[in-house]
Write a protein that binds this ligand. Sequence first.
Ligand code: WTA
Length: 652
Amino acid sequence: MKKEIFKPSREFAKDARIKNMCEYQELMDAATDDYEGFWGGFAKEKIDWIEPFKNVMDESNFPFVKWFEGGKLNVSTQCIDRHLGSRKNKAAILFEGDRGDKQSITYLELYYNVNRFANLLKNDFGVKKGDRVVIYMPMIPEAAYAMLACARIGAIHSIVFGGFSAEALRDRVQDANAKVVITADGAYRKSKPYMLKPVVDEAIKGETPVEKVLVVKRNNEKIEWHEGRDFSYDELIKDQPIECEPEPMDAEDPLFLLYTSGSTGKPKGVQHNQAGYILWAQMTMEWVFDVKENDTYWCTADIGWITGHTYIVYGPLAMGATTVMFEGVPTYPDAGRAWKMVQDYKISQFYTAPTAIRVLHNMGEHEPLKYDLSSLKVLGTVGEPIDPPAWEWYHEEVGGGRCPIVDTYWQTETGGHVISPLPGATPIKPGCATLPLPGIMAEIVDKDGNKKEPGDTGFLCITRPWPSMIRGIWGDEDRFIKSYFGDVKQNGRGVYFTGDGANYDEDGYITITGRTDDVINVSGHRMGTAEVEAALAKEDEVAEVAVVGRPHPIKGESIFAYVVMKHSLEESRFDSYEAIEKEMNEIIKKEIGNIALCDHIVFVPGLPKTRSGKIMRRILRSIAKGEEITQDISTLEDPSIVAKIAALAKEK
Ligand code: WTA
């Protein structure tokens, strides 16, 4: 890796919110010296409270921590109403459809649209404070209205990414016990319509908590209609009043659930609450992207992931920014789509995933040069480590060597960025997330909480609760405690462990080395091996299956499955291994969705297991990478299996 250090330009630093490392250190020191004073001060300054809070933090019931108790607020007010004075005619959302159709929605229009939506949910659907509403939507403005409408009336939204299958949607609807689903007929991808409503129909067939389905019209394709259950948004919205009183919410009332993969079992419903989440969403928008009043900001994520929640909708709107929402894919109709949008909208901050950077890079080294990208000020990445070639291309060809790249490290559970450069202050090292943000007590430690020396990989932990941290796993307190606070202890108390490994360099900079658990990161999307294995095991012919990640030049990691069959090929109902592979990926599509397809399936006579029956995944990971096996295999029940598996995997 290049050892070069990129210092912020004086020009940029001059106007930045945090202008140099002294200012960074002062903020960090302020948090260390008086943690509650630090957070309480920002909470007072940044949030438009309906009633002020009485207590900054209560950790007496750790890890169930409460922030800003006694305070009342409404997140939709924070994102909309308070901007109506000075920003009423400013664009809140700039929407571009897959086929190039455009909409500009001002803060005033957003206010009306959200209020109407909130009234529809409240009055026509009977949605009340605390009810769960599942949102299964394409990237259209109505998805943002739906989120904010829920926030306005105190309903808890749970967005399910539009690429998830009916089975995956069913699981999430049931776990959250949602009584309403908001969806669209479908949308467009690469100029072709695709469908969402039929997936909802399938997901809520039979016994279901869902009473009503609201359908937004987007592609006008024919859909089935269930009278009494399905309602047309376009019909109902017309007559809704444009004012809707915001529900005063307690600081610690839930705001949303978002299901994410863990190392075991089914996806878990990560819960975020009101005040702490919105505070940090807004503060990180201001610090990390340094968005200014006349800037236009674009994050290419999907609202189905946490990045879309915090950095397309809540963060930008809370700070009164203009946020771009894009329905399509950045490579369609050609490799210049994203750059043309940057040019046309005069984008100042562009935030995307390393996978997208690698794809765009592959499509043309100098493609960005064809466009005027001089409006860009800050570039961001998220979701996975960024490799040096991708970093350099992004820096030189996209940013013209001029723009700082903020490599933002965070997770669904952290609500917002936790480790990231500050564009006007932090000297940047490529491929390195650099330093914890002010107020975030991130440390790399061993199992007993001792800080690691530079160069040694350890567990990346956050040793003090912070406002936007996960508040729980929906309906499963034990799993919450075990998943995040069970592995690492410090001073006798569990500390939040991210699941990632990391190390310090000689300057104390943090480099993320990747997950230490059985979570795979495919194109920046988290995938639990247990989920994929459970899906594959649904095939009758499968006796056993183990799934690992394999490094992939574009996707970061791809899914590699080892399968033990019940019968030989001749005795099975298939006539080739290819046919079984095809069938298995069909099952994945049905159970999870295309994002979990296996790139490689290898049929093996057995799996490497210890005598107690535990699968040694480390060995399987090494084999998938094509590495020599250096681990001790003498403890395996059948050590000879390793060479057999390696020989079979070699062909893949
Ligand atoms: C990984 C996405 C390296 C990490 C916001 C984490 C990263 C998981 C980075 C969370 C980064 C995220 N560098 N790895 N800058 N950002 N990750 O919940 O393994 O979808 O635990 O949240 O992505 O994924 P999630």
